[in-house]
Design a protein around this ligand. Structure first.
Ligand code: ASP
Ligand code: MG
Length: 424
């Protein structure tokens, strides 16, 4: 007997038929003798609809407030998960599984005060554990918790992955299964490269990079949490027949296991290729080369909540002026330019140039730590296809390359094949 947390995303609970299908997945694990807690998202599209309703209301928090009144935003958007948790509890009861729904505040899942993007701080799992020990399945509304002001808080879009991993950690679960509309984590996006392969295992660190660099399977924060608490997390499909052979295999269920790197015996040098669209490049020309310049530029950008990614600074030729280039999401360009205009006087630079519609392609693998030449291979392969590189950043386990948008697919396929990822 084991303790399992099962999380079902929006497409898996998109309508009543699918909710009944989810109930069969849960019943399978309960019948296998496991203690089960389930975490659900809102029905696909529901959260967007709720956010749209909030946005249709008069602004309360000022014209730049993203959430109007963030507390009421949370009260409204958290309702999607409340509905699916109740429906799934009924679906389970109807097939003979004892089940009860739980809202974040009932457990409680305590968060900080950052309404709209709250972080989980503490989960009291005792009542859920009591019930599971008596054979009752807990169906927990994802994406929400209780803030210190005693109000509902939501965890940021995609947050029910994080709810699931946090609950798995709090319940000391043996496994956290994230059921979604794909059957695992792939070497790259199969819509771009049909030869992409499903990984049987990927390390926490690699998954963190994949998620941060554009792979949309899991919320980044959920991977961080899984890494910190060493929660063995499976990404698997809810669309497979719940009772197909092997589905309840405890050690090797179908899907991708995200785990500690020690568990991965056959480590490849490169594990996957990720890409992020809609990147923009901003260049500051002839910036004064003296202490405090970067702080003077990137401090105000951070205060304006602009997510700066790659930063490239030249060594100045004459010791007095240099160029600084960095990237931001395309949607933030206007805001960034207006921040830069304000600091122009104090920082001192000649010109600002910006270009949108770029793509960042990243090569990821913990094997890079011990292998030389991984970056050179990428550069050569891209050069052979005539793809120009605008900027490069590297870390111990990844290389990110900024290129022009129209070359995105070619670059992904080229890199996928040059590292042998399409070979079985
Ligand atoms: N329903 C929320 C969203 O759409 C949370 C989630 O699905 O993870 O962002
Ligand atoms: Mg999701």
């Amino acid at each position: 007997m084991a303790r399992i947390v099962m999380k079902f995303g929006g497409t898996s609970v998109a309508d009543l038929d699918r909710i009944h299908n989810v109930a069969r997945h849960v019943k399978r694990e309960v019948d296998a003798g496991h203690q089960v807690a389930v975490v659900v998202s809102a029905m696909a599209g529901k959260t967007n609809e709720l956010v749209g309703w909030v946005q249709g209301m008069p602004k309360v928090g000022g014209p730049n407030s993203p959430f109007y009144d963030a507390r009421e935003y949370d009260a409204i958007v958290a309702s999607g998960e409340q509905v699916t948790s109740g429906l799934l509890a009924i679906a389970l009861q109807s097939i003979g599984v004892d089940a009860r729904s739980w809202q974040g505040w009932q457990i409680p899942i305590r968060t900080d005060n950052a309404h709209g993007a709250a972080r989980i701080q503490e989960i009291d799992g005792s009542e859920i554990i009591n019930r599971m020990e008596r054979g009752q399945a807990a169906v927990v509304a994802g994406f929400q918790g209780l803030a210190p002001d005693n109000r509902i808080a939501t965890l940021g879009r995609g947050g029910s992955d994080t709810s699931a991993v946090a609950i798995a950690a709090a319940l000391h679960a043996d496994r956290c299964d994230i059921y979604t509309d794909v059957d695992g984590v792939y070497t790259t996006d199969p819509r771009i490269e049909p030869k992409a392969r499903r990984l049987s295992k990927i390390s926490f660190e690699e998954m963190l990079e994949m998620a941060s660099l554009g792979a949309k399977v899991l919320q980044v924060r959920s991977v961080e949490l899984a890494m910190v608490h060493k929660v063995r997390t499976f990404v698997r499909s809810s669309f497979e027949d719940p009772d197909a052979p092997g589905m309840s295999d405890f050690v090797n269920p179908p899907g991708t296991l995200i785990c500690d790197e020690e568990e991965i015996v056959e480590q490849q040098v490169v594990t996957g290729i990720a890409y992020a669209k809609d990147e923009a490049q901003i260049s500051l020309r002839r910036v004064a080369d003296r202490p405090g310049v970067s702080a003077g530029i990137f401090g105000p950008l951070a205060e304006a909540n602009i997510n700066v990614d790659m930063i490239v600074q030249n060594i100045s030729e004459d010791g007095s002026k240099t160029d600084i280039t960095f990237t931001v999401p395309t949607g933030d360009v206007e805001k960034a330019l207006s921040v830069l205009e304000k600091v122009r006087g104090s920082v001192g630079f000649d010109a600002v140039q910006s270009e949108s519609g770029l793509v960042k392609v990243s090569v990821i693998g913990i094997g890079m730590r011990s292998h030389a030449g991984v970056a050179a291979t990428a550069f050569r392969a891209l050069a052979e296809k005539g793809i120009n590189i605008r900027a490069i950043t590297t870390s111990e386990i990844k290389i990110s390359i900024l290129i022009d948008g129209p070359y995105a697919e070619l670059a992904v396929r080229t890199l996928h094949s040059v590292y042998g990822l399409d070979k079985h």
